[in-house]
Design a protein around this ligand. Structure first.
Ligand code: ADP
Ligand code: MG
Length: 480
């Protein structure tokens, strides 16, 4: 694929995340993409002055080329031209818009109020009012933490805010639960409203679309339904997977989509699956979902989880120490919603004694559903045979011999089996470190090190957890 004007904002957004805001503003906000040349090997950009041109060539050309080449390896040269800068696009003029409310006077911002037959239109003064477009002020770009796995979705979101309907249409974002799809859709809506105050923005869940559609049939006001969605400049539709198996709703959405798309109105769709994996959805819709750009958001990595935790803790004005933060990030590796769940529980606990820092035992309790339960002490009353039975079980499950475990070899699998054995001697038999050392012909400090290491790894390593469970089961069967 060669770099076209459509993809240029994406390049700028990536660059923006790599250089300081002031540098970006000074040198790149006025840079414009003109064309490609020489079969895509060269790109031509325009700058407002020779000063800009020289500076860009000296300071930023290589960095820019590096970023471009990541996505468009074909590009070999960048040429900067000086343009005659006269007109910049004007900001849209603010117009009076209408706030949709239900007959009982409530804004149409909750699903239970999203009932089309209750709709009436009343003028409002401030068209920045968030409820106007069903947007939740809780979800903004300001509190959206960038991670390795949502960077692309974020960049595309910003690109369509700059050029709605022109670049990627539709934008289809998919991910597992709690990874920020709704947050991102809402943030796009809020930002768009800030930049283009006269835009009509409709955020809707697919379920609401479905309910309104049904009610429009029931109440024979299908035209009102059509106008409601087809008048949008930006349609944000969440949880599209809900459309699966609902044929009439798919038909209605198909026409809404076509109408908006033809008019270059921006559509952003969120889903829990890739379009191709949506079952019970017509092919013609699936192909339309893929017309623009399809982006996934993956689970956050450890470092990202730590960043998100730090960000949220400071917003909640909660203080935890770094070990505690790392512990949460290690254990809660599923999604942002679960991380927030833990933080809410921490907040509730800390409210009880606001002056006191959170104790580790309190945190452990709050995290208990995420913790690997350390092996219950298998109640083996110590007798001369019990160490041997544990040894047999470890050897069998770890597939090593007794001689190898007692040997001095540093082979990886042997070291691990030995450490597990020491851990179990301590945990299951309550043997002292020197006693364990004697049994295995090791120093008591080696035993301590092994026990600590396995204890720590068990918190995060699910393979080790499974291995330990297998060994324990075997020990129980040998002792029973
Ligand atoms: P999804 O729609 O993918 O199920 P949500 O958008 O509802 O997920 O996100 C779940 C929670 O996690 C929300 O409270 C949201 O604010 C938070 N969240 C998700 N992604 C981020 C992020 N990148 N930065 C900060 N908070 C996030
Ligand atoms: Mg959601």
């Amino acid at each position: 694929m060669s770099l076209t004007k459509n993809y240029w904002p994406m390049v700028l957004d990536i660059l923006k995340s790599k250089i300081s805001g002031s540098n970006y503003q000074a040198w790149f906000s006025s840079l414009e993409f003109i064309s490609t040349a020489e079969l895509g090997k060269k790109i031509i950009l325009s700058t407002p002055s020779s000063f800009n041109k020289t500076y860009l060539e000296k300071k930023f050309k290589n960095q820019l080329k590096e970023i471009i080449n990541k996505y468009y390896p074909k590009v070999l040269y960048i040429e900067f031209k000086i343009r005659n800068d006269k007109n910049k696009p004007n900001l849209p003029v603010q117009q009076e818009v209408f706030k949709e409310i239900t007959l009982d006077g409530n804004p149409l911002n909750s699903q239970k109020n999203d009932n089309l037959n209750n709709l009436k239109l009343v003028p409002i003064q401030n068209n920045l009012s968030k409820n106007l477009h069903n947007l939740n002020p809780k979800y903004t770009f300001d509190n959206f933490v960038l991670t390795n796995n949502n960077q692309l979705a974020y960049n595309v979101a910003n690109a369509i805010i700059k050029q709605p309907g022109e670049l990627y249409n539709p934008v289809f974002i998919y991910s597992g639960v709690g990874l920020g799809k709704t947050h991102l859709l809402q943030a796009i809506g809020q930002k768009m409203l800030e930049v283009r105050p006269n835009f009509k923005i409709k955020y809707t869940t697919c379920e609401t679309f479905f309910n309104l559609f049904l009610s429009s049939i029931k109440n024979k006001n299908n035209n009102q339904f059509k106008d409601y969605y087809r008048s949008a400049d930006l349609l944000l539709i969440d949880d599209i997977q809900f459309i699966s198996g609902k044929e009439a709703t798919q038909e209605a959405f198909f026409h809404t989509f076509n109408e908006l798309h033809q008019q270059n109105k921006q559509i952003v769709i969120a889903s829990d699956k890739h379009p191709k994996s949506l079952s019970g959805v017509e092919d013609r819709l699936i192909s339309r979902f893929e017309w623009g750009i399809v982006i996934d958001i993956l689970k956050p990595e450890l470092e990202d989880r730590i960043n998100v935790l730090n960000d949220k803790l400071s917003r909640m004005q909660l203080n935890l120490n770094q070990d505690q933060i790392t512990k949460i990030a290690h254990l809660v590796d599923t999604n942002f919603r679960d991380l927030e769940g833990v933080l809410n529980r921490i907040q509730a606990t800390m409210k009880l004694l606001p002056e006191k820092p959170l104790e580790d035992f309190e945190l452990n309790k709050l995290l208990s559903s995420y913790q690997y339960a350390a092996p219950m002490k298998i109640n083996i009353s110590y007798n001369t045979n019990s160490p041997d039975k544990i040894m047999q079980a470890v050897c069998q499950i770890c597939n090593v011999s007794r001689e190898e475990i007692l040997d001095k070899s540093r082979q990886k699998n042997l070291v691990k089996a030995r450490q597990i054995l020491m851990y179990l001697y301590k945990e299951s038999l309550d043997l002292s470190l020197p006693t364990i050392g004697k049994l295995l012909n090791r120093d008591h400090t080696t035993v301590l090190h092994s026990w600590r290491k396995i204890t720590k790894e068990l918190q995060v390593d699910s393979k080790l957890q499974t291995l330990l469970t297998q060994i324990q089961k075997l020990i129980c069967s040998k002792i029973a």
